[in-house]
Structure formats: C-alpha cells, structure tokens
Design a protein around this ligand. Sequence first.
Ligand code: AMP
Ligand code: GLY
Length: 417
Amino acid sequence: MKVLVIGSGGREHTLCWKIAQSKRVSKIFCAPGNGGTEEIAENIDINPNEIDKLLNFALENSIDLTVVGPEDPLVDGIVNKFKENGLRIFGVDKNSAQLEGSKVFAKQFMEKHGIPTAKYRTYINLDEAINGLGEFDYPVVIKADGLCLGKGVIICQTKEEGIEALNHMMTEKVFGTAGDTIIIEEFLEGIEASLLCFVSNGEIIPMESAKDYKQIFDGDEGPNTGGVGCFSPNPLFNENLEKNIQEEILSKIETGFKDEGLDYNGILFIGLMITKDMPKVLEFNVRFGDPETEVLMPRLKSDIVEIFEKTIDGKLKKEDLVWADRKCVTVVATSGGYPGKYEKGEEIVGLDNLDDDIILFHNGTKRLDGRVYTNGGRVISITSLGDTLEEAKDRIYDNIDKIDFDGMYFRKDIGRI
Ligand code: AMP
Ligand code: GLY
C-alpha cells in the first residue's frame, strides 16, 4: 500500500521510519518531509496547511492511507475533507480537533465533565482581564485561546508581568486572532508527564508513558521549547497513578466525547501535571508529540499501519499495542540560539560515524547534493534503546560528540529523573 505522511519534523521522520517497517507498505510519501524522511520516503513539496493540494496529490497518486503529523491541518478539517473524498486518513476530525485548537473549548470540556485541571477564567476584554488578575496568586499562567506555534502560554511572576502578557496578546495582538480570547489560569506545581493515547471509536487506549524535557538548559532552566529530550517509560507512572488517571481523567474524557457528540478517532495527547494531590490536565493535543514519538515508536513492537487501520475502523484494542520492555531515550541537538533566533543552512557532519545501535531522527534538516544541512531550531534527535535508562543515555552521550555543526547545542542531563 501507498502511505502519505504529512509534516516535516522529527515526529514525521519517526512515523515514516516505523511505517517503513510494515510489510504491507510499498511506498511512502512525506509532505514536505526533511533530510531524514528523504532516505525512506519520497519528499513532496506541499506544506501541511495546503489541504486542497494534499487532497489532489492523494487522489492522483491513489494513496491508501494518509497520516497527519501536525495539529494545524487537523484543526482546519483535513480529515473531514479527505473522508468526503473517499480517502482513508488517520487523525481526528475538525470538531474533535477543537480540544487543541481552542484552549477555551478544552477548559470548558474539562469543567463540564469534572476532569481535574487548573482553575481558570476567560476574557475577551483587556480591562476585565487586568482586573481578573486580582483573583489569582502568583505565579499566574496566561494563555491565548488559539494555536500559537507552542508560544501562547506565558507564566507571569508578578502583576506587572501579567499586565505585560495581556497587552502582548490582546493589544499588540502578537498571536493575531488566537489572542482575541485569553485564559488566566492558576499555576500548578508538580511534575509534568506526557500521556499519548490512541482513541478508537471514542475508547481511549493509552500508549506507554514518556517524559519530555521542555526547557532549553540543563536543570530545567531557561525558556520553554517544543521539547529537547525525552525518555520512555516515565518512572513516575505506577499502578496507582495509572488507576487514578484511568478513573479520574480517561473515563471522564470518554464520557465527554459521548455527551458532546465528538466522533473522536486518532491521537489524544494529554499533558499532565502530577501535583501532590492528584494528576491534573494541563492541555490536550490531538496529534503525536515531538519528541515523544521518537521514544515511543522504537519501543512499539506492533505494526503501526495495522494500528492506524484498526483505529480508523474503530476496532483498536489494548492488546493490539505490544511494547518492548526496554527504555528509550532521545536527545535533541538544536541550532545555537533556539528557541530564540538561530541560523539555518549549517552543514552537519559526522552522521555516518555513529554506532549501529543509535537511531537518528531528523527534525529540521535538508539534504543538498548528498550533504545534510540544518533547517530548523530542533535539528536532529539522537535516539537509543537500552535495557536500562543509563545504558541508553550513555550510548547517546558517547556518540553525540561525533556529530557537529556550527552552533550545535544539546542538554547534557537528559535521562536524569
Ligand atoms: P500548554 O501548551 O498548555 O501545555 O502549556 C505549555 C507549558 O506551560 C506546559 O507544558 C507547562 O510547562 C506550562 N504550563 C501550562 N499551564 C500551566 C499551569 N496551569 N501551571 C503550571 N505550568 C503550566
Ligand atoms: N513535546 C510536546 C509536544 O509535542 O507538544
């Protein structure tokens, strides 16, 4: 069968890598892809938001299965459009994608269905929002309602910072219409964890747990990024916590899907804060995480194409997901300056010198005349499986210095719990 993967990051390279292992697949296309996907798929020069072009491509090339990486096309209804045209596509429909596309929608969903989350208020008026700050302790969290490339959350230590953030979103409109409505939210203390789930016919089937490292510097210092390191499983997860999450969060979300008439089929990625009292939901994403995918797919023994197909047909069962009892770690090498300004187009050397048991996923790279160049903030994810976390982590740090590009940076403490 012919598969089309939409997106250009490490997540999409990982999905192509896993899809390529399926005996059922004869050809993979990736739109637009990167320097890594090019090795296993044919890169197609169409961007994820060009839904009509993607649809025409899929129709003209008789694509049997399309897999959507990023959230934007899901929020814009790519799944509805493909299905209307008789195409099979893995991802949530437009209605369901609101759980990521609108933070207000997500918070109201959680409130209505008793899902534990931070206390919040929503505002569409600046003066009322500034007044509203008085109802919260500091730090306080301010969020733009819509999609902001992962930058729409500001944690404010003082009232002055809060007013600045509100002005930033509501007056200067740095996030455009995404900041027309904002949320002021209680700051939750605890440990974050990522729980990715398949949802098939409204039933939530969790994958193994993962821990994402969001801050750019060692010791979780510095600004937030998309994630610069990750490992799975997350040792925080035990039977008690899993039971609690099942009863207090997953079951209630399933009830919510039914009550709201959401025909949820695809991925639900739950960003959790494990507070001292209980796990609470920070946010929902309706897509695979990046770099979570890079540590989950190498541990998944099952054929991912079978899983996609069963999910689309509403027939996926927990037993369909078989996981290797091994640990997986990834360290993301980034361009100097990321998550702020950074250069692109630096040549990457040393990629051929790595040990065989290193799995290399490309995030932001491109290939030109047989050479590989940086093409994004997150550049390359150096990944390894091990019987222990230590083993996987040591293998990565033993290999990472063989890679080089101008400005290359990576955290030295990934894998530390
Ligand atoms: P979100 O996009 O909502 O996940 O927010 C991005 C990041 O901001 C999260 O991964 C957390 O690190 C942080 N964050 C968001 N909401 C809160 C909150 N209520 N309390 C503490 N940290 C938060
Ligand atoms: N690593 C977090 C995300 O994919 O949103």
